[in-house]
Design a binder for this molecule. Sequence first.
Ligand code: PEP
Length: 251
Amino acid sequence: MRKNIVAGNWKMNKTLQEGLALATELNSALIGKSLNCDVIIGTPFIHLASVASAIDTKQIGIAAQNCADKESGAYTGEVSAAMIKSTGADYVILGHSERRAYYGETFETLKDKVLLALKNNLNPIFCIGEVLAEREENRQNEVVKAQLEGSVFNLSAEDFGKIILAYEPVWAIGTGKTASPEQAQEIHAYIRSLVAQKFGNQVADNATILYGGSCNAGNAKELFTNPDVDGGLIGGASLKVADFCAIIDAF
Ligand code: PEP
């Protein structure tokens, strides 16, 4: 069954104390509420274990924002998928455009990270999306197709079913510019058609495809109303409980 999901990406924000305060405030706001979507928060690595023990992880899932492309060993500074899983997190954001742009993540590295995440029972939230120049040249379809083929279309249908896709036009991330609901629907439908071609209609129907890029309380409802937009990956607006809850309430 396709799930609606609102997932936060805190990026490199919040000290441990601030992050714990944010997570517990969100937990209190959602406690006992029956929601029309799953809720996930993507915290920095150092927050994962503390946040997992401070909140109800059945109500709020926890995601890391990256994992190593190696299993274990002499990789100073890296954090493995197994380590992430051991904190209580069940998800990992992979392929975010900031990691592709600033940390040189390639299709191949991401393919390895996705495999390691799955091997360790973490569900990847796999991000794809074009930069402004590519959108201006009307190349967005070709870009997302290459990103999927390069890193996740090698999977079995069963494993692909564990992935949450997030379409994030890079020109909309943190810029205040949002894709119009029509632009979002058009490319989400295209992404779903690619999944159908590769894995069949049932896998495509069940796939959750989130929209990310300056999604906020004011535009979430219009975006989520589209048949192929199954929720959002939320950056800036996930850092304030009221803003994040208003997006959750859009469902
Ligand atoms: C993101 O970084 O995943 C994101 C969507 O950021 P923002 O909501 O701030 O544009």
